[in-house]
Design a protein around this ligand. Structure first.
Ligand code: ZN
Length: 390
């Protein structure tokens, strides 16, 4: 019977780019790329980073997995006993397979404490980073990964520009942003959200010789999290994230903790905030906050509601914002009927502007009904041209 056999990893240097590639048969080789200056952080004792990815891929393909290279014992035990079952519950399209790990190793824990977390320049990233600074325990490293979250077109350029924006925003924190590129998105069949967490965790496992603790921002509130069939792997964060820890690195899920408005208030008052924020979902080049996607809309109006107009000027096109503000408000009020993150912003706007926004609330309510009846073609054209209304 066909199987995937993970035999080891190879490293190669191309200029300053260090590539780490799986030595594998039965499946496409996954690779990661990092800047050579982080070479000392690279885990070459185990194939942990590749292991969790090939477990999923073998389950996608419905073939057994045989791992000849060393895997950290803690991770191997956890995957065989728990994680595999979590995958099966999350995504019933996967198949139950046999996983054989021939060599388990128990590396001693790292003899240093270096913490890390992800950083994109967005509201959650900043909140996490600045909270750690506040308690005098800042992260030693920040990470920026490409595991499929940057779209399908011009990916290399999108990643490079987004990483540059994040790096630039991070300047006030005086800690490196480690960019990890990968071909994970080309190898996996299931769409990004279905398997995003293990891709991101794999990028960190790759560097577990230099990181001893990693805080992973959850996108779901603890009360909404569960191990269940779902399109988004993040739904399992509090259960899955710690289960991917090894003897050398501990993965900690960190919760939402505060509302978007509270986070923005906190960030804008923090001393180490660079006043640079990047929230946009658009992937058109050059990369910038587009000002009209739902995330830009939400962030701009949230900043408006707390009176942080300077931050809007700093990070978005201000005259464009003013031009579409009325329509954005109608779109936000319409969307707030279904989306809690938008609802929170409208509540703040109502508090600040009182009856001045009631008109938009009224129009938003009407629009939320009408937009269900807009015919397909017109709807798509409008969504493309004026996304802030949808
Ligand atoms: Zn945008």
């Amino acid at each position: 019977m066909k199987e995937i056999s993970l035999k080891g990893l190879n490293t190669s240097l191309n200029g300053k780019v260090l590539r780490v590639q799986a030595e594998v048969s039965g499946a496409e080789p996954i690779w990661f790329e990092i800047n050579q200056k982080y070479q000392s952080m690279l885990d070459t004792k185990s194939v942990d980073a590749f292991f969790i990815l090939y477990v999923w891929i073998a389950m996608e393909m419905g073939v057994d997995l045989r791992v000849e290279a060393a895997v950290s014992k803690q991770l191997s035990d956890s995957v065989l006993n728990n994680v595999k079952n979590m995958f099966l519950i999350l995504c019933p399209r996967l198949r139950d397979i046999n996983i054989t790990v021939l060599k388990q190793i128990s590396c001693p824990p790292n003899n240093f404490y270096h913490s890390a977390t992800g950083f994109s320049g967005g509201v959650d990233s900043w909140y996490t980073a600045l909270k750690a600074v506040e308690i005098d325990n800042p992260y030693a490293y920040y990470m920026f990964a490409n595991t499929g979250q940057h779209g399908e077109y011009n990916v290399e350029e999108v990643v490079a520009q987004r990483a540059a924006i994040a790096k630039n925003a991070l300047k006030t924190l005086d800690a490196p942003l480690i960019v990890v590129d990968s071909n994970i998105d080309n190898v996996f069949k299931e769409r990004f959200q279905q398997r995003d967490v293990i891709g991101n965790i794999a990028c960190v496992l790759l560097l577990q010789e230099g990181i001893s603790s990693y805080s992973y921002s959850s996108s779901y509130a603890p009360e909404d999290s569960k191990v269940a069939e779902h399109y988004d792997m993040s739904i399992m964060d509090p259960y899955l994230i710690p289960a991917l820890s090894t003897e050398r690195i501990e993965f900690r899920p960190i919760g939402i903790g505060a509302t978007r408005i509270q986070k923005l208030r906190y960030i804008s008052n923090a001393e180490k905030f660079s006043n640079k924020i990047y929230v946009c979902i658009e992937k058109e080049l050059p990369i910038k906050n587009c000002g009209h996607c739902f995330k830009c809309r939400r962030t701009q109006l949230a900043l408006d509601s707390i009176g942080e107009m300077e931050l809007i000027k700093n990070n978005f096109g201000f005259s464009f914002f003013q031009q579409i503000r009325s329509a954005s408000l109608i779109g936000l009020f319409a969307s707030a009927r279904k989306d809690n993150l938008d609802l929170e912003v409208t509540e703040e706007l109502e508090e600040k502007y009182g009856i001045k926004v009631l008109y938009y609330k009224f129009l938003g309510t009407i629009w939320s009904v009408i937009r269900n009846y807009v015919p397909g073609g017109l709807k798509w054209r409008s969504m493309a041209k004026k996304p802030y209304l949808w």
